[in-house]
Design a protein. Structure first.
Length: 218
């Protein structure tokens, strides 16, 4: 998730948190993180300081001595002391969580936009497991599966003649690589789009987004 943030990719993902054994226990968000002191402030006002690290789960662990004498312990933990974990990329998790809290509709959009291709690839197209070994081979296998899905969607949405017409145009563009004729190519593209039914009829009009997807296949 932090790598996506660094690339400028906005992630929409529900964050899974560990569940306390006590039903009415204080959740993690009841503990306030102090970045300057690198500690958590518990509901009782005490500091939970950094104690150890779980490198397998990529988490820093915070706790304190004296939880067993705290008056709020029955609402906090059954153990001798309360532990709070902080992931190595906790800042990215918190930004994602804040986006979902601010706009819960993001998850419904994710279900409609992102999960549909996975469902079709797995259930309808039968892409449930890789048949190849090695990262390069599986990457190629994934690319072929996604390409098949995208082509099928374009055919259903625009039809075979429209797809073939744009692909032929793309091949001709590759043959005529003179960049000074870019205006000529755009004019010819707009004329072609008008003939095959795209709603792009003028020089200043924006090119259909579906066309951009189709062009990326070639």
């Amino acid at each position: 998730m932090a790598a996506c943030d660094a690339e400028g990719i906005t992630v929409t993902l529900p964050i899974r948190r560990s569940i306390n054994d006590l039903v009415d226990a204080y959740p993690k968000n009841a503990f306030v993180y102090d970045a300057d002191q690198d500690c958590y402030i518990c509901p009782a006002g005490e500091r939970l300081t950094y104690k150890t690290v779980n490198r397998k789960q990529k988490r820093h662990m915070y706790t304190r001595e004296g939880c067993d004498t705290c008056t709020l312990k029955p609402h906090c933990t059954k153990s001798k002391q309360r532990w709070i974990s902080r992931h190595f990329n906790e800042d990215a998790f918190e930004r994602c969580d804040a986006r979902l809290q601010e706009n819960p509709d993001l998850m419904r959009q994710r279900m409609a936009i992102v999960e549909r291709p996975f469902a079709i690839l797995k259930q309808i197209m039968g892409f449930r497991r890789f048949l190849c070994w090695g990262i390069e081979r599986t990457r190629s296998e994934t690319g072929l599966s996604v390409l098949s899905y995208s082509l099928n969607r374009m055919i259903n949405h625009k039809g075979v003649p429209a797809l073939l017409a744009v692909l032929r145009w793309r091949i001709n563009i590759q043959k005529r690589s003179d960049k000074t004729k870019a205006s000529f190519y755009r004019t010819r593209l707009l004329q072609l789009l008008s003939k095959i039914g795209f709603h792009t009829v003028s020089e200043g009009a924006a090119i259909d987004q579906d066309l951009i997807v189709m062009l990326s296949f070639v």
